[in-house]
Write a protein that binds this ligand. Structure first.
Ligand SMILES: NC(=O)c1ccc[n+]([C@@H]2O[C@H](COP(=O)([O-])OP(=O)(O)OC[C@H]3O[C@@H](n4cnc5c(N)ncnc54)[C@H](O)[C@@H]3O)[C@@H](O)[C@H]2O)c1
Length: 205
């Protein structure tokens, strides 16, 4: 049975992802959700699945390397799906430090713990291990309002807020692990999402 470690699974996209995966794969997979339950995390989002035998919630901060290391030591994690972040641009302008802490240092802790658990002595990794880093298109800056331009994976990074700068930094760390340690990772840079379980501070405008 494949085991997924989902970070930030009590937030908006993470809780949708957990519901989606359990709907799609049922008891063929196991999900461990690690979340610090900041203002943005809400376990009510997961009330309907909280007692499933193949779902576990761990309250921990991704910056806490002992807590995260323990999860890797006690479980054979196949996939990390890393959603946990400080995610609100306006909050990042008021209090940038916590964005650097969680988005940059927290990602470094997740990468280090996954690498320590997965990397063999010869520098290779077992088949099937994968770290998915969930990032944002905001690392590329802004587009004109007239739908004439697009972002591509090759678009140079041009972050403008502390939020997007911290996410860009975390992307570069993941890329560095992929290059330096051949670490098995992917990065997604999606644009804004809307839907159920969304925190009310991010309304559709
Ligand atoms: N919402 C969007 O439209 C959007 C768009 C592009 C990318 N993203 C990215 O997707 C991811 C999820 O976004 P979201 O909108 O669901 O965010 P969210 O703010 O709704 O949820 C974040 C979750 O992470 C948890 N968390 C925060 N700091 C933590 C820490 N230090 N340790 C452990 N858990 C912590 C929170 O408790 C919360 O449950 C983020 O990485 C974000 O950058 C979001």
């Amino acid at each position: 049975m494949r085991t997924y470690l989902v970070t930030g699974g009590a937030g908006f996209i993470g809780s949708n992802y957990i519901h989606y995966m359990l709907r799609k794969y049922g008891d063929q997979i196991r999900i461990i959700n690690v979340d610090a339950l900041t203002y943005a995390g809400n376990l009510e989002n997961l009330k309907d699945i909280e007692n499933l035998p193949n779902y576990t919630f761990v309250r921990a901060n991704i910056c806490d390397k002992e807590a995260i290391g323990r999860i890797f030591a006690e479980n054979d994690i196949d996939r990390v799906v890393h959603f946990a972040a400080e995610s609100h641009v306006d909050r990042s302008i008021k209090n940038p430090e916590v964005f650097v802490q969680t988005n940059v240092l927290g990602t470094a802790v997740m990468l280090n713990c996954a690498r320590a658990a997965w990397e063999r002595e010869d520098g290779t990794y077992p088949e099937g291990k994968k770290f998915l880093h969930v990032s944002t298109d905001e690392v590329y800056g802004s587009l004109p309002d007239d739908d004439t331009a697009f972002f591509y994976e090759t678009t140079p990074y041009d972050p403008h807020s502390p939020y997007s700068a911290s996410k860009a930094s975390s992307d570069l760390l993941v890329k560095a692990y992929m290059d330096t340690y051949h670490f098995p990772a992917n990065i997604t840079n999606c644009s804004n999402n809307y839907g159920p379980y969304q925190f009310p501070e991010k309304p559709i405008r």
